[in-house]
Structure formats: C-alpha cells, structure tokens
Write a protein that binds this ligand. Structure first.
Ligand code: NAG
Ligand code: NAG
Ligand code: NAG
Ligand code: NAG
Ligand code: NAG
Ligand code: NAG
Length: 434
C-alpha cells in the first residue's frame, strides 16, 4: 500500500531545498503520483564517485550518498550525527525483518553501549558494506522517513523506508560530505528500486541510469516506468536499446545483488579480440562481467587487457604514435596529434562489447574509450588488473557515462544505449526548462 506523498508544485526549484518539502506539501493541494521518479546524480571530481542526495530523518535533512548499482540497501552512517525523532530499529522476527529477507536473519541482542541508531538490542541484522574498500559487516536494519526524487519529491513516511545502519569506520574512502551508499541491487527487497516498487506498483521494479561525464552538470537516475525523457529537443532515450539477460551470481552472498551480464566477445574496429573464453563466465562466484558504478574505469583481467591493448594498437591509424604512459593508471597512451574529433569524441577504433548473441552488442566510441591526460596525449581508458578474485570484466563509470542503461528487474534484463551524443543529447538534459 502506498502512503508516500509528494508535491508536484513547480516552485521546488532546487533539489537541495528538499528539506523544505514538508512545508511545500502542506501548501499544495494537487497530489498526483508520478510514474517515474527523477534522481539527479553528480560526479565527484576527486574520487570520480557518483553522488545523489536523498532526504531522510525528522527533521528532514539532505544526505549525500555514493551510488552503488549492486548495493543491497540504503546504507547510512548512523554513528556520526544521525539525529532523528522517527528512527525506529527493525525488531527481530518482525514483519519488516522478514520482508527484508535479512541475510543470515541474524538477531542482534548484544549492543553494550546505551541505545542509539545502529546499536539497539533485539534488532534484525543483515550483511552489507562498502564496495570501495570491499568491507562487509553485520548492520542493524531500521526504518525512517525518506524523501526521494526531484520535482516531484516522493515522501515515504507511512510505512517508513527500511535502510541499514552502519558504523563510521566502514564508510571510508567515500567522497567528501558523503555519509551513505545508495544501493540499487536486484536481489534485495530493500534496495531502492525494489522497495519503492513494493510501496507503489507504479514504480515497476525498473530504473535507468544516465551518468553525466561532466563534474559540473548532473546526470540522472530514472526510477519507474519508461518513457525516460531528456529535453531540448525532447527525446525518449529509453527506445532502441540493446537488451541482454541479467546473469545470476549466487555464489558470493554479499554480492548477490550485483549486476552481471554475459559477454561473449569483444570486437575492436569490427575484428574479434582473441580472448580466453573461460574468463567470460562466472564459475564459483569468480570471473564473468559486472557493471559497477563504484569503479571509475573499466577493469579487465590482465590477459584480456593485454589482448585488447594489442588489438587497439593494431587498429589505430599508422600515423598515431604510441608514447610512454605519463600516468601509471593506464597502460596504453598515444599522441593525440593525428586524431580528429567527432561528435562521439576522438576518432579512435570503436570497441564493441558483444553480449549473449552476436546481434546484441554495445558500441563504445572515443568519448567513452579514451581519456585525454594532457594536451598531446590520450590513453585507453581501461585498466588491466589481476582479477583472479573478482569479475574478469568490471564495466566502470567512464564507459557508462552519456549512455542510458535500463535495469528491468521483473524481466531480468539490462538495456544498453549507444552513446547519447550520437543523438546530440546528453544525460544532463533531464530537466524540463520551459
Ligand atoms: C537532535 O535533535 C533534537 C531535536 O530536533 C535536538 O534537540 C538536539 O539538539 C539534536 N542533537 C544533536 C546532537 O544534533
Ligand atoms: C542490551 O542488553 C544488555 C544485556 O542485557 C545490556 O547490558 C545492554 O545495556 C543492552 N543495550 C541496549 C542498547 O539496550
Ligand atoms: C553534500 O554535498 C554537497 C555538495 O558537495 C555539500 O555542499 C554538502 O555540504 C554535503 N552535505 C554534507 C552533510 O556534508
Ligand atoms: C534473490 O535470489 C534468490 C536465489 O536465486 C531468490 O530465491 C530470491 O527470490 C531473490 N530475491 C529477490 C528479491 O530477487
Ligand atoms: C584460461 O583461463 C583459465 C582461468 O584463468 C585458465 O585456467 C586457463 O589455463 C586459461 N586457458 C588458456 C588457454 O590460457
Ligand atoms: C593519419 O592517417 C589517417 C588514416 O590513414 C588519415 O585519414 C589521416 O588523414 C592522417 N592524418 C594526418 C595528419 O596525416
């Protein structure tokens, strides 16, 4: 049952002002439910994390969250400055505890300090954590008021939104001012899209991410049903996507909710890159391909990286000079002198990620495949790394930017758009200006 309220007043004009929401709701008479919620996302220039603002607590305050696509819950630092009169721990064996299908269904009755958010006796616990430092721990489940979205803002207050409460020391290496991790995972009832859909079926267990490549203008996460519009001109960017099935990884428990796809090959300038196919499937939780918003540049298993690098060099025009990488981060750099610019970025060989069948591929153009590191040098924006204990391919933020990805959690499939720049539009044009 839906008990969330929201306002469709046009006078909410900046998202940061959402703490004024309660006043605005009381001023508005028209209450219409949106079918699609808009969540602005900014890119932090120092950590390259994608940040969104969600209102929480009473009194309602804006809280900064790092977006974690495969996160199981809305994870909040409850130790530093969590102050709310509506915080309510989820009790052991309660309705909310069984709804959350808490991993291990652990009942915590051992908080030795005086009660505070994250530390109460007889409360429902689950396992969650910080993917950036790869650290997971038992966390207290709790409920509180939530205000999510921009123009309109949806207020979830009755019932309240279930989240997880964690100690501060786990929340390190997050961008400055961030005190939580917003999880959009598929295999968790309390992730943002699944929990909103359970509050109101209008939010159809579907969402789309469209990350901005700029640290100055926001991109967007659409939650709910398509169409997903950008403006000037108005285009439904959810059309003509290539879909591939979501692949389950049921081995590593804390990563149940991550998004995996089946990559069957990689093509560079139309030619297949020779790859060890064993690495492309998930075996006992390892290998395969994951999509990750907490990885800045796509990470490839070293042998895949070496093959991609060789194929990319071979496909570059002969008048492009390979140079010593000026930064340790990247393994292949070249002079940008003879490289033209196009509307989809530097004119370099296109990289196709081919999914479960040959006709389903996602094309990566220069704007997402190379990065200009200084005036004369650009580098292949992929990182080679020992991935023996991780997915063989982790598709990261730089490759996802200015593309729309749709995650359909009912049909269990993921849609990829080719660069929106081909349509002369961008992820930052989600706001209707007229
Ligand atoms: C918490 O909020 C209450 C009521 O709004 C206020 O009286 C109190 O000073 C706040 N405490 C802190 C530590 O901010
Ligand atoms: C939890 O229970 C223990 C043992 O009864 C008690 O010492 C502790 O103060 C309680 N903690 C809270 C947060 O209520
Ligand atoms: C959230 O991020 C914004 C923008 O970086 C910043 O101005 C604000 O202080 C942050 N909020 C907190 C509570 O740190
Ligand atoms: C998570 O995956 C398990 C195992 O495949 C499945 O039984 C369960 O229903 C899934 N939960 C959600 C919320 O998708
Ligand atoms: C392919 O990769 C697997 C897993 O790392 C490895 O066991 C196998 O030896 C590799 N095959 C070849 C031909 O290199
Ligand atoms: C570099 O080579 C490409 C492809 O062979 C050619 O189209 C381009 O004109 C050349 N550029 C210069 C500056 O010579």
């Amino acid at each position: 049952m839906l008990t969330s309220k929201f306002s469709s007043c046009s006078n909410i004009y900046t998202f940061i002002l959402l703490f004024l929401l309660l006043n605005i709701i009381s001023l508005c008479s028209s209450i219409i439910l949106p079918t699609t919620l808009i969540l602005p996302v900014t890119k932090d220039s120092s950590t390259l994390q994608y940040i969104t603002v969600i209102g929480q607590r009473t009194p309602l305050i804006p809280v900064n969250f790092t977006v974690h696509l495969g996160g199981a819950s809305l994870l909040v630092d409850c130790e530093s400055g969590y102050n709310s009169s509506t915080y309510k721990p989820v009790l052991c064996e309660s309705k909310q505890c069984s709804f959350a299908k808490a991993e291990y269904n652990a009942c915590g009755s051992f908080c030795l300090s005086k009660p505070r958010p994250g530390c109460n006796n007889n409360t429902c616990h689950t396992l969650d954590g910080n993917p950036i430092i790869d650290t997971y721990t038992g966390v207290e489940l709790a409920e509180d008021v939530l205000a999510i979205g921009s123009k309109p803002v949806v207020l979830v207050s009755q019932p309240k939104f279930i989240f997880t409460c964690i100690r501060s020391f786990i929340m390190t290496h997050l961008a400055k001012g961030v005190t939580g991790i917003a999880g959009f995972g598929h295999n968790s009832t309390i992730s943002i899209p699944n929990q909103l859909a359970s509050l109101d079926s209008k939010f159809t267990n579907k969402f789309g991410i469209c990350l901005s490549s700029s640290t100055r203008s926001s991109g967007v996460i659409f939650i709910g049903s398509t169409p997903y519009y950008v403006y000037n001109p108005m285009i439904d960017i959810s059309k003509n996507l290539v879909y591939t099935p979501l692949v389950k990884n049921t081995f590593t428990t804390s990563k149940f909710s991550e998004y995996h796809v089946k990559v069957s090959s990689i093509r560079i300038a139309g030619k297949n890159v020779p790859l060890n196919k064993t690495l492309l499937s998930i075996k006992q939780g390892l290998g395969g391909t994951r999509i990750s918003t907490t990885t800045a540049f796509t990470i490839l298993h070293t042998t895949i990286y070496d093959a991609v690098k060789t194929a990319f060099i071979n496909a570059l025009p002969k008048n492009v000079t390979i140079v010593e990488p000026p930064t340790k981060q990247f393994g292949l750099c070249f002079s940008s002198k003879n490289i033209r610019n196009t509307n989809v970025g530097p004119d370099v060989p296109v990289i196709d990620i081919v999914f479960h069948k040959k006709s389903a591929f996602w094309r990566i153009y220069g704007t997402n495949s190379v990065v200009q590191v200084n005036k004369d040098v650009m580098c292949l924006a992929f990182v080679g790394q020992d991935q023996t204990r991780a997915p063989s391919i982790e598709i990261g933020g730089y490759q996802l930017e200015e593309n729309l990805l749709i995650f359909d959690l009912i049909e269990k499939k993921i849609g990829f758009s080719s660069s929106l720049k081909l349509q002369q539009t961008s992820c930052s044009k989600y706001e209707k200006t007229s």
